[in-house]
Design a protein around this ligand. Structure first.
Ligand SMILES: [Zn+2]
Length: 525
């Protein structure tokens, strides 16, 4: 476990806002007839509809239930571990219908289904069900292979216990939860190859598990699982959802609920560093350490790139430039460079359509997209080969995107979203805040629909009566915390600007917005 530094008040800023991890357990299920040299495991893809890690491959599992502590586990003196084994067994049973318990083979498939029904209908707790049918869970059937904590950049965080378990020969896992949209058996080697080919997305413990298992069920298997500090609750700093795309979240003074900004280090041999964001010394040092490690591995840092001008994206630029002895140039859009004049020296301008070719095995080409809306000089970076898009603040994995005039412009923003939506191959969005988005099409549609819905509601409010932005917020933003009203007012203003350009509203002399169409016809005198 790491301890938090409290050396200066600045360095501790924002730490208290980070979500606390909740207890969870997951099961890496191994097929009984696996080749020990390349075991067959069960994994499933989280549904694209899931807000958290939708589209990611994962193992069955979930949060600890109050009742898990009541389950008797044989051969385990440690009550905490026993509870987490119970959690793992229950989740596996609920999600895949596989029940790992001694003497379970005396039950038919139909009987197991009725047990599931007993639990799901609430007739019995899991503990009661086991006792009623004389089933015992034995700790020996579950090999502990690590405890991972979700990095602090995520809105939902888990302290997850991972267990390896053999699937009973007579049971066939079937997906029984809407959490997953597909799943099945796969050899560990093929699963790891899929990640290497950018054919799947997985959280770090999943990638670690398939990689570890791809070396076979050797006698040192558990040691290999536990050989890294991240398997012992040390937070993962360097997250490689996709090979060649390292996400390195750094704590920043950003907009809640986000507490971190994702810095991306892209490339295999040649690397660009996108948004070294943190103004905090401790976080700058962590990023510098990661960069030094990459250099020590023989990689070359080619450029530091800025997606846009906001302080929670550029706070660590000058520090990193200095750390690299001023040898690495800074690149940004011309409009960003102009706005940052005197603060950050931008050495090269990036324009829409520019290609950044990063040598390596494999090489990675990033295509710059000028995507104004959130900020005038906002850039996204697209890698068509793998369908990855670095979205900056245009689309984020956590929280919402503020369009704040005059830097923000709603029409430009919607056009930028539309352009992104039309990209030919899009498999993952790497946003500046929160986890990667593995269901890009759904996410973009949600963003566009949300804005259009707001716009319709705002127009509706103005048509009912001329209003100030403040009055509109109170009428339309009934779903948000009143503390966010001042920010919502900026967003309303952005919508009103667009509606003005569309000749649907106009601004009265008293500061109220009025519907244009509404005042044209009046049949009453
Ligand atoms: Zn921003």
């Amino acid at each position: 476990m790491t301890t938090t530094s409290t050396s200066t008040s600045e360095n501790s800023a924002g730490k208290s806002l980070v979500a606390r991890p909740r207890d969870a357990a997951a099961v890496i299920l191994i097929r009984h007839d696996s080749d020990p040299g390349d075991p067959v495991l069960f994994w499933a893809r989280r549904s694209a509809r899931m807000a958290f890690l939708g589209g990611f491959h994962a193992f069955p599992g979930g949060q600890r239930d109050e009742s898990d502590a009541a389950v008797m586990i044989q051969g385990c003196d440690d009550s905490e571990r026993a509870t987490m084994i119970a959690c793992a067994v229950r989740e596996l049973f609920e999600e895949l219908g596989v029940l790992i318990a001694r003497s379970v083979d005396t039950l038919t498939k139909g009987q197991r289904a009725s047990l599931l029904d007993d639990i799901e209908s609430g007739r019995m707790t899991f503990a009661e069900m086991l006792e009623h049918y004389g089933l015992q869970i034995d700790a020996d059937d579950f090999t502990f292979v690590g405890r991972w904590v979700t990095p602090p950049f995520s809105p939902r965080r888990f302290d997850t216990w991972f267990f390896l378990a053999g699937c009973p020969a007579r049971q066939v896992p079937e997906i029984r939860t809407p959490e997953f949209d597909e799943g099945g058996w796969i050899t560990a080697t093929e699963a790891f190859e899929k990640w290497k080919r950018s054919d799947m997305l997985g959280a770090p413990p999943v990638i670690h598990a398939v990689k570890t298992l791809s070396h076979g069920l050797t006698s040192d298997l558990v040691d290999r699982f536990l050989a890294i500090p991240q398997a012992h609750l040390e937070p993962v700093r360097r997250i490689e959802f996709r090979p060649g795309f390292i996400c390195f979240p750094v704590r920043t003074p950003t907009k809640p609920p986000a507490t971190h900004t994702n810095c991306y280090l892209v490339g295999n041999d040649e690397i660009v560093i996108i948004d070294p964001a943190s103004p905090y010394e401790d976080e700058q040092a962590e990023l510098a350490k990661c960069v030094d490690e990459l250099i020590a591995e023989g990689r070359v840092i080619r450029e530091i790139i800025l997606t846009h001008l906001h302080p929670d994206h550029i706070g660590g630029v000058n520090n990193l430039v200095a750390h690299l002895d001023g040898r690495v140039p800074v690149a940004a859009h011309r409009l960003t460079a102009e706005a940052l004049k005197g603060t950050i020296k931008v050495d090269r301008f990036i324009e829409d359509g520019d290609r950044i070719e990063l040598a390596g095995e494999p090489s990675i080409t990033l295509e710059a997209m000028h995507t104004p809306g959130h900020a005038r000089g906002h850039l996204c970076f697209y890698n068509q080969g793998t369908g990855a898009l670095i979205t900056g603040d245009n689309i984020v994995g956590l929280g919402s995107v503020l369009i704040d005039p005059p830097e923000g412009k709603m029409r430009d923003y919607l056009n930028s979203l539309q352009r992104i939506k039309e990209l030919p191959n899009l498999t993952v969005l790497f946003g500046a805040h929160g986890p990667a988005v593995g269901n890009p099409r759904e996410k973009i549609a949600e963003y566009i629909n949300h804005r259009l819905e707001r716009e319709a509601n705002i127009l509706d409010a103005v048509r009912r009566q001329p209003s100030t932005p403040k009055e509109i917020v109170e009428a339309v933003y009934t779903d948000i915390d009143p503390r966010a009203f001042p920010m919502a007012e900026r967003a309303v203003l952005a919508h009103l600007e667009k509606l003005q350009e569309d000749d649907l509203v106009k601004l009265d002399r008293d500061g109220r917005f009025t519907a244009v169409a509404g005042e044209v016809i009046s049949t009453e005198f």
